[in-house]
Write a protein that binds this ligand. Sequence first.
Ligand SMILES: *Cc1c(COP(=O)(O)O)cnc(C)c1O
Length: 401
Amino acid sequence: MTQSAEHNPNKPIPYGRQHITEADIEAVADTLRSDFLTQGPRVAEFERAFADYVGATYAVAVSNGTAALHLCALALGVNESSRVITTPITFVASANCVRYCGGTVAFADIDPATALLDINKVRQLLESKPQGYFSGIIPVDFAGNPVDMEAFRRLADEHGLWLIEDAAHAPGGFFYDSKGRRQLCGNGAYADLAIFSFHPVKHIATGEGGMVTTNNEALYRKLLRLRTHGITRDPEETEGNDGGWYMEMQELGYNYRLPDMLCALGISQLQRADAGLARRKGIARIYDAAFKDVAGIEPLHTEPAALGAEGETGHAYHLYVIRVPDRKGLYDFLRQHSIYAQVHYIPAHTMPYYRSLGHGRGDFPEAERYYAECLSLPMYPSLTQEEQAFVIEKVKEFVGR
Ligand SMILES: *Cc1c(COP(=O)(O)O)cnc(C)c1O
């Protein structure tokens, strides 16, 4: 009998999960005992700390990552006449934000090696239409694999487009630019706006929560207004000034605020972000080594621009994705052993809603082939060595039989 990795089979292993400490709980409890449940001092504190963490000038905390995307689309003026390009391999919110504003979503296919939006496919699409046909591009740092935003900026500038970086998977991720400088995901160096999510499966968990980052002051001010009903109290922004109570609703905004107690949780979580990221990279290295040269298992490749000379990787590893020929078989087999792997993602253009808008199966062959083979293995900081060894053993057992 071969030696089996030690693992309690009654304890399920999910693909991702949050990590909550006593310090996190204390931080939330402190806010509950304070004068502010929402819009107190923790909001600006979280925004400042997060902006610093990703190297951006400004950050705006919002209710969730989807609200962040919606506000970005609004701030950039997306409307019924806008056409925006994104990837089919993403969470549907990356595309939906365009629809919220009445715009049209155009997809372009992925690079099969990385599963990131293929810049050459985007260029072909742009060149197939007259200048001015498209308004913007929303690349996604899928799985935590950083998009080369410098390359996308160059392409966007050639066509007069804006860029929103969906960095929901990639806080702490980075790529190296053409001068060899590290560029953190969401640092605003190339994208006009970037978004993050604090859903429990993401790197930093506040339950629900999101953030927009930018280096553009005008967009920053617009986002602050749009987050709170389009209202401003800043005397420098208002037309009139009747007294201390005065405010103006200047445009149609929303209530997309993130409460103080969740910002307190975010601040506490952010203090462990580097440790969590290091742990994710360590888990990825172990998977990489275990699957190296195993026929029938093909891990996604890291974006070349994210690889440093000394083997440093800018991949933020929200997900660890492998491609296997019999994905459904492996998914079911792992479930029988209480390993809850997941599929990221069903291509957005094949969703009934997007099909009703004229998109369809067969439109993006690389995305569809990828979907047929992809599986996200457990990846989260509290995954133990024993649990990971058990996952690896079971994956190899299935693929080798
Ligand atoms: C999670 C996620 C979002 C949306 O974030 P929520 O906070 O769940 O609204 C957007 N884009 C991507 C790529 C995501 O993974």
